[in-house]
Every structure is written in structure tokens, then in C-alpha cells.
Design a protein around this ligand. Structure first.
Ligand SMILES: *Cc1c(COP(=O)(O)O)cnc(C)c1O
Length: 461
């Protein structure tokens, strides 16, 4: 088949052959996907040469820009050496070094790494491992899990069972395990005279009630530390994580930190948990760990958990496996990411980058059209008030952004930025200005839109 040199040509072929994720495909015929031809730093370039700033890091995965020479070189060298070998019965240097270096980043507290490919698989592994740990201890009755309101942990059946986002979950509810829902510490719930820490204290009290009642049956609590991203960048006070750690210790329950979105420096520290000064029993990592180049996920856990599976009986071992577990190319990309953090002072540079973006977005503070302007590390978000957010707000904002060279996807009425770690002063100023312009354009439109257009918003994440 000949290759059409236009966006329209690729859009037509894509809609005829590709079933796109997180998309009502009927709507995609009206709002077709953007055909990207190339990536260059933070820019994505379509088939017709238009450039778009990747303001959400391609679903939160990209760290240092697209087609980065350093990451590319590392992958190319590994490609010519060993692309992949199974990790059962074999091992290889990138998998070993990555496990060692990640463990070192936890001060050796989480001494073992178990590999998989996608974030949801890492969540499945953490849930199964926690249950199996208790079973090996003669506590097979500990088989329940606790997640937070508005949590998101992925969309395979186990991960969806600990997810509380209606649009992803409700249809499949009949297929899911029953998890306990505990209050979210989302700081937006603070009353007039309350702080984020007060909300955290209240949410921790709710968790205490639940654990004191059910701890004999509960294997683990799973949490997204500091930011519930898919809930709409709901941020909370680090004291909540300290309270959780203490409660889990008190009641003999595992703490699983899903750092799939918030890990790798997004919140200002390499692991979000560092800001609370705690270590969980399991950390799930994926997304940014390969800089957004290759699928890789992993679960870090304590040596005491690892040792509870050692036995002559094969069934007491953790037999979970995926074909591409510990893929050598993906592990190599992850090692290149860790090199960058070590050698280039990424976290310190990000503090400056975020400061620049905060200045560029300063006009939005106190803007009457928005509420809850918030920031944690490299992530910025605000909620557009309903009166200013017409039907299909997220889609309208996305399309208005595209017209201005901005690739951005609000979650409902929450507009957020999770840019790759590349901002300098001119780029931060440009980005801030385009976001404000896009908001002005979309909100201006709201007054002229008719009620017939107020259909439910199909763009959810
Ligand atoms: C994206 C995400 C997942 C799922 O990862 P996939 O690679 O999409 O399966 C799980 N938890 C959190 C917090 C995420 O943001």
C-alpha cells in the first residue's frame, strides 16, 4: 500500500485498522487521532510537519524528551549485544544492575526486584505477592485489599479491582474482586479553616477504622503516594503516608506504594515516598523508568518478603511470569535513566524548571474561572469551574491546544501539565502562555455553546 503523505491519509487507515485505547471509537471518526511522524525532544511532529509540545509526557511516561541521543545510544548498544533472553533459568547484566541500583536508591530496604512489562502487571504482582506471603505464613485468611476512593491502579482485572474510577471500572464490576474503599486524603476536600494535613488526619482515621475491624482478613493497602493522578491530579499531604505506614505496622498489613506515575522524580524526589520518610513493603514502578521508550515495570520488595517464599516446595515460590519479563533492552533504557539522575542532577534542575513554569502560570492564581491551582514537583494542575467548562470540555481544550502547538489532555475539568524534564526559561514561558491562551479560547466559547452540545465528555484521561 502506498504511504499517504498527509494527516488525513493516516487517520483514515488508522480508523480502519487500529482500535485505539481509552477512546469511544465512534467519536474518533469525528475527532480522529493525530498522526505523529517523529519525535524531537519535547516535540511531536505530525505527518504534515506541525509541531506539538508533549505537555503530558505521552501519558506520563516520557522523562527527557523523544529520541534523546543518550537513551537511544544505550538502547542501540544493547540491541547489538543481547536484545532479550528469558529470565527464568537465565540472567543478564542489565536486569541485575537495575535491581541492584534501585535497591541502593531505597538504602537497601527494598532488596529484591521482580520484573514485568506494564504498570498493571506490576500491580497484579504486588497483590499476588502480598497474598502469597501471608499464605506462606499460614495466614491464607488474609486475602482482602484496601484501596483509596478515586484510586487508579491499572485496568487488568486485579488492578481494576483496586481502582475506583467509575468510567474504567463500572462496566466490568461484575468480574472484579471486592476491595475495601478508604477515604481519599485529597487536599481539595479541606474546609475553610482546614489544612491539607487536617484532611490527611481525617483520611487516616477512616483507614484506622477499617483496619481495626478487618485487619485479620486484609493482606495489603495500596496507595498512590502524594498524587492520585488519574483522579485528576488529586494531591495530598505527606503526613498521610506516615500515618499509613504506622497503621500498617500496627495492624500487620502490607503497604503497597504504586509509584508507576509518581516515581522517577515527578513529585520532586526520585520516589514520592521519600517525602514522607517512609518505605512501603512493595513499590510498583513503570512509566518513566525507561524514560518512556520501552515497556517495563517492576515490583521492589523487602528481603523478608523474598525469604518467605524460599522452600523445597515449588508451590511456595512465586511462579508468576510474563514472556518479556526483565527485557534486556528495557532494563538498559532504565539504567540510562538512572545514569542521568546520578550524573546530571536531574532533581535539582527540575526544581528550577518547575519554578520557571510556576512563574509562567502565575496569572492563573486567583483566576475566577478556576479552583485549586496546585503543584507538586514537576506536576501542575487546576480545575476549571463548571460554569466555564462547556460540554466536551476536555476534548475542546485538547483540540484548542492542538491549534496552538500544545498536546494536552485534561481529565474531566482538570487541566494539568506533566512535561518532560526539558524546560528552560523561554520554553516555560511559551508553555505557560499557550495554556492560558487555550483556557481563554475554550472558556470564551462556553458562553456561545448551546445546550445540545452538552453531551457527556468522552475524553477521560
Ligand atoms: C498508568 C498507571 C498504572 C497502569 O500502568 P499501565 O502501564 O498503563 O498498565 C497503574 N497505576 C498508576 C498510578 C498509573 O498511573
Amino acid at each position: 500500500m502506498s504511504v499517504p503523505a498527509s494527516n488525513a491519509g493516516w487517520q483514515k487507515r488508522s480508523l480502519a485498522a487500529v482500535w485505539h485505547p481509552c477512546t469511544q471509537m465512534q467519536r474518533a471518526f469525528t475527532v480522529p487521532p493525530l498522526p505523529i511522524a517523529r519525535g524531537e525532544g519535547p516535540w511531536l511532529i505530525d505527518q504534515e510537519g506541525q509541531r506539538y509540545f508533549d505537555a503530558t509526557s505521552s501519558w506520563w511516561v516520557n522523562l527527557f524528551g523523544h529520541a534523546d541521543a543518550g537513551i537511544n545510544d544505550a538502547i542501540k548498544r544493547q540491541l547489538d549485544t543481547l536484545p532479550h533472553v528469558m529470565l527464568a533459568g537465565c540472567t543478564h547484566a542489565p536486569a541485575v544492575e537495575l535491581a541492584e541500583r534501585l535497591s541502593a536508591l531505597t538504602g537497601g530496604v527494598l532488596g529484591h526486584a521482580f520484573y514485568a512489562s506494564d504498570g498493571a502487571s506490576a500491580v497484579e504482582i504486588a497483590l499476588k505477592m502480598s497474598f502469597h506471603f501471608w499464605r506462606n505464613q499460614g495466614r491464607a485468611d488474609k486475602r482482602e485489599f484496601v484501596c483509596l476512593k478515586h484510586s487508579y491502579h491499572g485496568e487488568t482485572l486485579g488492578a481494576l479491582s483496586v481502582t475506583d474510577v467509575a468510567i474504567f471500572r463500572d462496566t466490568y464490576d461484575p468480574l472484579l474482586m471486592r476491595a475495601h474503599l478508604a477515604a481519599s486524603p485529597d487536599a481539595r476536600q479541606a474546609g475553610p479553616n482546614e489544612t491539607a494535613a487536617d484532611v490527611a488526619t481525617r483520611a487516616a482515621a477512616d483507614m484506622r477504622r477499617l483496619l481495626s475491624e478487618r485487619h485479620e482478613h486484609i493482606a495489603a493497602v495500596i496507595v498512590e503516594p502524594l498524587i492520585q493522578c488519574a483522579a485528576g491530579m488529586a494531591m495530598h499531604d505527606p503526613s498521610y503516608l506516615q500515618a499509613l505506614r504506622q497503621l500498617c505496622d500496627e495492624f500487620g498489613v502490607h503497604l503497597i506504594a504504586d509509584e508507576i506515575a509518581v516515581g522517577c522524580g515527578r513529585t520532586g524526589t526520585f520516589f514520592a515516598c521519600e517525602q514522607a520518610g517512609i518505605w512501603p513493603d512493595f513499590v510498583c514502578l513503570s512509566k518513566g523508568i525507561t524514560a518512556g521508550y520501552l515497556p517495563l515495570s517492576l515490583v521492589l520488595t523487602r528481603d523478608a518478603v523474598f525469604e518467605a517464599f524460599l522452600d523445597e516446595d515449588i508451590a511456595r515460590g512465586f511462579l508468576h511470569s510474563h514472556s518479556y519479563t526483565g527485557n534486556a533492552l528495557a532494563c538498559t533504557a532504565a539504567l540510562a535513566v538512572l545514569d542521568r539522575f546520578e550524573q546530571e542532577g536531574v532533581l535539582a534542575a527540575n526544581r528550577e524548571r518547575s519554578q520557571l513554569l510556576a512563574e509562567a502560570l502565575a496569572p492563573l492564581r486567583g483566576d475566577p474561572r478556576i479552583a485549586h491551582f496546585r503543584q507538586q514537583g514537576t506536576i501542575f494542575a487546576f480545575d476549571v469551574l463548571e460554569a466555564y467548562a462547556p460540554g466536551r470540555f476536555a476534548e475542546n481544550f485538547h483540540l484548542a491546544g492542538r491549534e496552538r502547538g500544545l498536546l494536552i489532555r485534561p481529565i474531566g475539568r482538570t487541566v494539568y501539565l506533566m512535561p518532560p524534564y526539558v524546560l528552560d526559561a523561554p520554553l516555560a514561558a511559551w508553555l505557560g502562555a499557550r495554556v492560558i491562551e487555550t483556557l481563554d479560547a475554550v472558556c470564551a466559547r462556553s458562553t456561545t455553546e448551546s445546550h445540545a452540545d452538552r453531551a457527556p465528555d468522552p475524553t477521560v484521561a
